[in-house]
Structure formats: structure tokens, C-alpha cells
Design a protein. Structure first.
Length: 274
């Protein structure tokens, strides 16, 4: 009998493990899981869920990396699925710095919901990892950045290790005017351990969290209801990236001796009200 029980227990281990992993979510009551990637299968990203952004050095924020589609010209991966996590790799090869930037559900996105990712941040002066959102399939005329809106769930720069920031950018509130709305907090071992970064986005509020603790809380009624103040009324998609240098990440220079570096993502989940 003991042998039978032991065999049953062993057989159930993967199920229990999966249940335990999902139990870590801080999703609010009344929200259903509608999209996820646990990064438990294969060695490459699921092309039905993710797309790589291809962008050369300096195109955005004066960043120093080159974003490529999965692999460099020499065949080195900037993204890989390994041991149950997504790894976004930033490294120097043939005189250039390469890294990964990916969009999740870019064509349709989601309008409102709870968005959550469990992430371990890299170390090194020059790193600029981020988990953020931009409009999905934005085809509205005269709706470029920052008027289109941007939600930064989590950002960190290597010269202030373990200090994570959340912010929004709109036409009226953005960093070029020094009016963007943000809040930074120090997280113990953000660069050494996994932490859960999340966003609750409703018609009237944007709230970000770290490990279930509220970080940034913004209300439409306070900021203003016009599009230039609150453009968060259409679908947005997820972005994960690891930048190198740039206007913020390179504000105090970069340390190329820190390369290669990796941003690890355990899972990404999206919940919405039925």
C-alpha cells in the first residue's frame, strides 16, 4: 500500500508544482486568467504569443543595444526559453551590443485587466530592464508618443540597483516635460531574486504593485479625463525588454565589463473580468 501511495504522490508532483506556481499570483478576486506564458515548453518563444522587435542602436532613447529577431547574425540567442524561464540576453559580439525586446499579443492587446510577471533583474551599470505596455495596433491618426499613452509597470537602471520604478506617460504627463507620474521603491534583491510585478488597470484607475504591495496609484478623476491626460481607453499590449545604456540607463555611463547580462522571466499572466 505504501508503494502505491508513493507512486501516486510522485505522479502528482508536476500537478502540485504547477498549482503551487499559479498560487503565487496576486490577481484580484473576480478576475479570470485569459492569457499566459509559463515558459515551460520548448527552447524558443511561442510565436503565436510573442513577436521580436528589430531595432538598431540609437533608434530609441539613444540606447546602445541592437534588438534583433531571436538571434544575432552570428547565431547567438537574445531570447531563449530554458529551465522554465524566459531569458532575455544582452551581450557584446563582433563589436556590437545585442539584446532582446518582445511584444506580447501585440495585434489585439487587452483593454483593462490585471497584468503580472515574475522577473529577476540583471546586474551592472548600463542595464535598463523593463516590463511595460503600449497601445496595441495603434492606428489612430495624430496619436504618436506620448499622446498615445504608455504604462511602465516596472523599470530599473543598473546605476541605482534594486530601485524599481513605475510610471505613466501621456501628452500632458511625460518625462520630456518632467511631468510624468512615477513612483520608485527599493526592493531587496530585485537583482538577485524573482519578484512579482503587476498592474491593475480599470476604466478609472491604474495601480502597480511589487509582490502584492501597492507602488503607484493614479486616478482618472484626479489627472483629468481628456485624451491628453488619460489615453488609457483602448487596448494595450505587453512589452519585455533589456536595454543597454541610453538616456536613462546610461545616465552615469555603462560598464561593459558587466556584459553579458540576463533578465529572467518566470511567467507572464493576464487576467480580466468575465
Amino acid at each position: 500500500m505504501r508503494k502505491v501511495v508513493l507512486l501516486i504522490a510522485i505522479a502528482c508532483l508536476p500537478l502540485v508544482s504547477a498549482q503551487c506556481k499559479r498560487a503565487k499570483s496576486y490577481a484580484p478576486k473576480g478576475y479570470d486568467l485569459v492569457w499566459q506564458d509559463e515558459f515551460n515548453e520548448g527552447t524558443e518563444l511561442d510565436a503565436a504569443k510573442w513577436t521580436h522587435v528589430v531595432m538598431r542602436q540609437g533608434m530609441v532613447n539613444h540606447e546602445l543595444q541592437n534588438y534583433v529577431n531571436h538571434v544575432t547574425p552570428a547565431g547567438s540567442p537574445v531570447t531563449e526559453v530554458k529551465d522554465g524561464t524566459l531569458r532575455i540576453n544582452c551581450f557584446k559580439e563582433d563589436g556590437k551590443v545585442y539584446s532582446g525586446r518582445i511584444n506580447g499579443n501585440a495585434r489585439t492587446g487587452w483593454q483593462y485587466g490585471y497584468f503580472e510577471a515574475r522577473i529577476k533583474l540583471p546586474q551592472g551599470k548600463g542595464t535598463w530592464p523593463a516590463f511595460w505596455m503600449m497601445p496595441a495596433n495603434n492606428r489612430m491618426p495624430n496619436n504618436g508618443w506620448p499622446r498615445c499613452g504608455e504604462i511602465d509597470i516596472m523599470e530599473e537602471v543598473g546605476f541605482t540597483p534594486n530601485e524599481v520604478s513605475s510610471s505613466i506617460h501621456t501628452q500632458d504627463y511625460n518625462h520630456t516635460k518632467n511631468t510624468h507620474k512615477n513612483h520608485a521603491m527599493t526592493i531587496k534583491k530585485a537583482e538577485g531574486d524573482f519578484h512579482i510585478y503587476s498592474l491593475l488597470w480599470t476604466e478609472d484607475e491604474i495601480i502597480t504593485y511589487v509582490d502584492g504591495k501597492e507602488q503607484l496609484h493614479l486616478e482618472k478623476a484626479v489627472l483629468g479625463e481628456d485624451h491628453d491626460q488619460w489615453p488609457f481607453h483602448y487596448p494595450f499590449h505587453i512589452i519585455l525588454n533589456l536595454a543597454w545604456g541610453g538616456d536613462w540607463g546610461g545616465q552615469e555611463g555603462v560598464d561593459e565589463d558587466a556584459l553579458p547580462v540576463t533578465m529572467e522571466v518566470d511567467y507572464v499572466r493576464v487576467y480580466q473580468k468575465p
